[in-house]
Design a protein around this ligand. Structure first.
Ligand SMILES: Cc1cc2nc3c(=O)[nH]c(=O)nc-3n(C[C@H](O)[C@H](O)[C@H](O)COP(=O)(O)OP(=O)(O)OC[C@H]3O[C@@H](n4cnc5c(N)ncnc54)[C@H](O)[C@@H]3O)c2cc1C
Ligand SMILES: *[C@@H]1O[C@H](CO)[C@@H](O)[C@H](O)[C@H]1NC(C)=O
Ligand SMILES: *[C@@H]1O[C@H](CO)[C@@H](O)[C@H](O)[C@H]1NC(C)=O
Ligand SMILES: *[C@@H]1O[C@H](CO)[C@@H](O)[C@H](O)[C@H]1NC(C)=O
Ligand SMILES: *[C@@H]1O[C@H](CO)[C@@H](O)[C@H](O)[C@H]1NC(C)=O
Ligand SMILES: *[C@@H]1O[C@H](CO)[C@@H](O)[C@H](O)[C@H]1NC(C)=O
Ligand SMILES: *[C@@H]1O[C@H](CO)[C@@H](O)[C@H](O)[C@H]1NC(C)=O
Ligand SMILES: *[C@@H]1O[C@H](CO)[C@@H](O)[C@H](O)[C@H]1NC(C)=O
Length: 525
């Protein structure tokens, strides 16, 4: 369907200019900025208000979910697309001084738009200009600014070394600012854990506008920003990451099986095998609704695999442990690790590496995501009941991501991310649509809740755990007449389990006045 984008933009611009004109908070804020930033780095060309013609393209450029780019979506009074650390400091100090909320945005992938939408007057502190990546192969580390994307990071690592990589997400446009601070997982998690398990240092601007590193912020704060969500504690400027070893050749595959081809039996078996395979193997199972050759609806499961080694060894391992999948030599592609990052982003084998540097220009899809953790294999009957729900929704896919391996060796309290040993896999539910309008949106939100409800018997309980990077505003929302803190306890326990209390303690020390906040931030005591 062709989207009448122009129509959206017109309404959009009218509603913004009305909001922006003669807003005293905004004017004071704008006057404050140059006073608080270093004159050597003029802040003027980092500031976008509705008067600037590129305001809308800058706003849209880092929105991924069209649910949050509609005419009724609240817009920021200004975007400060910082170019220097002193601009970050100025934005924090001036926003605080003049009563504006800030939303911090790096890659803009937040599923619920929390990095660029607020319901009180606000400005966006946008990090996309701060994207330097300094790789040091000698000590196998890198400093990565928050506005750099995962794709840029993979590209730069490969530019310096063919035998190093980094465990992070499959999507190439994720901002490292948000992605790492929420945990960050990808297809090397069974070997190396999460992104946050491989971070050595960070630079953060705190609520007083002071730049802290690991030493000056202290171990508790450094713990909190590695999985607790950066936006509750300060502005992440950059991360120091530990590069990991990868072989010169890795093997990938994507084998698809429909219900008619035995997908139910194979995915049933997958639950027992995938979390126990050697750590070098990661096999994601991705069920989605497809039309079969007769034109009838079916469920097709893609088994997408990554092996840190060559295909011969993989084939014999698979023949031994998972013959049901029927993996063959012709399904396997050997390539460098960086080429596998392109494969995982769903580009055809052989796509030039330059795509790693692409940045999307505007959102293309509406979506709603939820997540779950599974501790016991689901029965075949259970799996069949899940297929029935999916077939009723149609515009939906699931990702089943196997845990085990390194993930089970790291304790629940090592980082705020608590979903470690005892989980056999995590589920991501992704409903998507392109039709505009509140009715369609409400329909799919409703369907997502029904799917979630239908999954209850198969997933973790008390708490029903969820992954913070898969932000879901349904969690903990509108529960009776509870206080803000009680609400936070609900999503906090789901995202962080027992680590929530420590996150609250760190928050209370770092930001007692709760300047850094959003709908699902960590509250101070
Ligand atoms: C298409 C797609 C694919 C994805 N794939 C994966 C995946 O493979 N693995 C995975 O783990 N996750 C994945 N995610 C989820 C993703 O990790 C989170 O949405 C993450 O928060 C994105 O970070 P961002 O900087 O792009 O987003 P943003 O929307 O910019 O930020 C997300 C959150 O972090 C805060 N934040 C951002 N930058 C900073 C900063 N510099 N300092 C402090 N706080 C900050 C924001 O305020 C917001 O609360 C995917 C998301 C999408 C849309
Ligand atoms: C936005 O417009 C103002 C006023 O004309 C100007 O000072 C500023 O540099 C513009 N911002 C950008 C990013 O060009
Ligand atoms: C890389 O790390 C080594 C070892 O710590 C150090 O001696 C060197 O100065 C670093 N190089 C750069 C460019 O920072
Ligand atoms: C690394 O990047 C530089 C600068 O773009 C380029 O000249 C060089 O060829 C690249 N090296 C490799 C090994 O890709
Ligand atoms: C299946 O085919 C029907 C009819 O052609 C189409 O409307 C529907 O969108 C298709 N569904 C999927 C999941 O491809
Ligand atoms: C496809 O659907 C038609 C009509 O419902 C049915 O008669 C036929 O058996 C189905 N084919 C398959 C392979 O399921
Ligand atoms: C798989 O294992 C069986 C016996 O366990 C053996 O006969 C067969 O040759 C193996 N196939 C491959 C491709 O290794
Ligand atoms: C909600 O709580 C407040 C404060 O405790 C109380 O005054 C109010 O009556 C409650 N409202 C409802 C609907 O229970």
């Amino acid at each position: 369907m062709k989207v009448p984008l122009l129509a959206i933009l017109c309404v959009f611009s009218l509603s913004i200019s009305r909001a922006a004109s003669d807003n005293p908070f905004l004017n004071n804020f704008l006057q404050c900025l140059p006073q608080k930033s270093e004159p050597t780095y003029p802040i003027f060309d980092a500031i976008y208000t509705t008067e600037n013609s590129s305001f809308q393209s800058v706003l849209l450029g880092y929105i991924r979910n069209r649910r949050y780019s509609t005419p009724t979506t609240p817009k920021p009074l200004a975007i400060v697309a910082v170019k220097h650390e002193s601009h970050v400091i100025a934005t924090v100090i001036c926003a605080k001084q003049h009563g504006l909320q800030i939303r911090i945005r790096s890659g803009g992938h937040d599923y619920e738009g929390l990095s660029y939408v607020s319901h009180v007057p606000f400005v966006i502190l946008d990090m996309f200009n701060m994207r330097s990546i300094e790789i040091n192969v000698t000590d196998e580390s890198a400093w990565v600014q928050a506005g750099a994307t995962t794709g840029e990071l993979y590209y730069e690592i490969a530019n310096k070394s063919k035998v190093h990589g980094f465990p992070a997400g499959a999507c190439l446009s994720l901002g490292t600012g948000g992605h790492f601070s929420g945990g960050g997982y990808g297809y090397m998690m069974r070997k190396y854990g999460l992104s946050v398990d491989n971070i050595e240092d960070a630079k953060v601007v705190d609520v007083d506008g002071i730049i802290l590193d690991r030493k000056s912020m202290g171990e508790d704060s450094f713990w909190a920003i590695r999985g607790g969500g950066g936006a509750s504690f300060g502005v992440i400027l950059s991360w120091k990451i530990k590069l990991v070893a990868v072989p010169a050749k890795v093997t990938v595959f994507n084998v698809k099986r429909t219900l008619e081809q035995g997908a139910t039996d194979i995915i049933y078996k997958w639950q027992f095998v995938a979390p126990k395979l050697p750590q070098d193997i990661f096999i994601r199972a991705m069920p989605q609704v497809k039309n079969n050759t007769e034109g009838n609806k079916t469920v097709e499961v893609s088994f997408i695999g990554h092996f840190l080694g060559q295909s011969g060894k993989l084939l014999s391992l698979m023949n031994e442990s998972f013959p049901e999948l029927g993996l063959q030599q012709k399904d396997c592609f050997e390539m460098s690790w960086v080429e596998s990052t392109v494969f995982w982003a769903d580009y055809p084998v052989g796509t030039p590496l330059k795509v790693l540097l692409d940045r999307p220009k505007e959102p293309t899809m509406f979506f709603k995501v939820k997540s779950d953790y599974v501790k016991e294999p689901i029965s075949k009957q259970g799996i069949e009941s899940i297929w029935q729900i999916l077939l009723g929704i149609e515009k939906v896919w699931m990702q089943w991501n196997p845990y085990g391996g390194r993930m089970s060796e790291i304790s629940e309290s090592e980082t705020p991310f608590p979903h470690r040993a005892g989980n056999i896999f995590a589920i991501q539910y992704w409903l998507f649509w392109v039709e505009q309008g509140a009715d369609t949106t409400n329909k799919y939100i409703d369907l997502s809740r029904k799917l979630y409800e239908g999954m209850t018997p198969f997933v973790s309980k008390s708490p029903r755990e969820a992954f913070q990077n898969y932000r879901d505003l349904d969690i903990g929302a509108n529960l009776d007449n509870q206080t803000r803190f009680e609400t936070a306890k609900v999503y906090g326990r789901k995202y962080f389990k027992g680590n929530f209390n420590k996150l609250v303690r760190v928050k209370t020390v770092m930001d007692r006045q709760n300047f850094f906040r959003h709908e699902q931030s960590i509250p101070p005591l």
